[in-house]
Design a protein around this ligand. Structure first.
Ligand SMILES: NC(=O)c1ccc[n+]([C@@H]2O[C@H](COP(=O)([O-])OP(=O)(O)OC[C@H]3O[C@@H](n4cnc5c(N)ncnc54)[C@H](OP(=O)(O)O)[C@@H]3O)[C@@H](O)[C@H]2O)c1
Length: 264
């Protein structure tokens, strides 16, 4: 029998690519986001703002009624905010944490009962290499992605007795609409920071625009879904795997110095 997969953030980018890929492989795919995909699609879709608890509870009840159980949840919805910490507003910071962290908590909490109904089910959280290598002028984004890795690690142990495995996928730069959708600061240069913010943002955008295709992430997710034992985290692409490895073995000060040279 085909497995049922729920994917948040399925209207574009990595989520859309993964929904299409898994649907083509014979999975029952349920896409979720605040708007429908702009491109043609043939999987099921529900509109939901994952930061709205009432909507998430209603959606989870609806999925339970329509599908009874699910086999995999992919938490992929996300957004970016860039700029200096000093120039960031409390509202902006609350917003990115609402989507990238609390939204994933809400959807996960409400769908765990449906995952528990099947044997060997999975939760795959989309983190980022930027949650391992903390990027200046994207500090809050990095913080949310580091939080997602922590979320995976705690949840993985909590859910082990129920045979629900949890893993984080760490993409590096991926060419999607993410760059265009990123909320930009009002201040990108000032007398204190000089051109540093502007240069850093330009570099980030350039890296993403020259990044890997979203399908490379979809293929990694597909492999994880089919794995008997999922690793705690899986980085996408050889170059980023090397960065994550070096980050774990090199002295923190050296890593911080290299990142300063690149983005600081
Ligand atoms: N692109 C990269 O370089 C890169 C690198 C590492 C990690 N990632 C991560 O990969 C994930 C997908 O990003 P992407 O690159 O595919 O960007 P994207 O094309 O901008 O996709 C973001 C998705 O999140 C959905 N979303 C945003 N806010 C939402 C909300 N409140 N409720 C429900 N859905 C919401 C959007 O749909 P609606 O607007 O329709 O709601 C959209 O489907 C994110 O978690 C991102 O942090 C991306």
């Amino acid at each position: 029998m085909s497995k049922t997969v729920v994917i948040s953030g399925a209207s574009s980018g990595i989520g859309f690519s993964t929904a299409q890929f898994l649907h083509a492989k014979g999975y029952k795919v349920i896409g979720i986001s605040r708007s429908y995909p702009k491109e043609e699609y043939s999987f099921h879709y529900y509109l939901c703002d994952i930061t709205n608890e009432v909507e998430v509870v209603e959606l989870s009840k609806k999925i339970g009624k329509d599908y009874e159980s699910i086999d995999c949840l992919i938490n992929c919805a996300g957004m970016g905010v860039s700029g200096a910490v000093e120039h960031s507003s409390y509202e902006e910071v609350k917003k990115i944490f609402s989507v990238n962290v609390f939204g994933h908590f809400l959807l996960t909490k409400n769908l765990i009962p449906l995952l528990r109904k099947n044997k060997n089910t999975k939760i795959i959280n989309i983190g980022s290499v930027a949650g391992e290598l903390i990027i200046p002028f994207q500090t809050f984004y990095s913080m949310t992605k580091a939080a997602i890795s922590a979320f995976t690690e705690g949840l993985r142990i909590e859910l082990e007795p129920f045979n629900i495995q949890v893993s984080t996928v760490l993409p590096g730069d991926i060419k999607t609409g993410f760059t265009k959708n990123r909320e930009m600061p009002l201040v990108i240069e000032d007398s204190l920071y000089g051109e540093r913010i502007n240069n850093s943002l330009k570099r980030m955008a350039k890296d993403e625009e020259n990044g890997m295709s979203p399908i490379s992430v979809s293929k990694v997710i597909y492999k994880l879904i089919n794995k008997k034992r999922m690793p705690i985290s899986k980085t996408v692409g050889f170059t980023y795997k090397s960065f994550v490895f070096l980050n774990r073995v090199l002295p923190k000060r050296l890593v911080n110095f290299i990142i300063k040279k690149m983005y600081g």
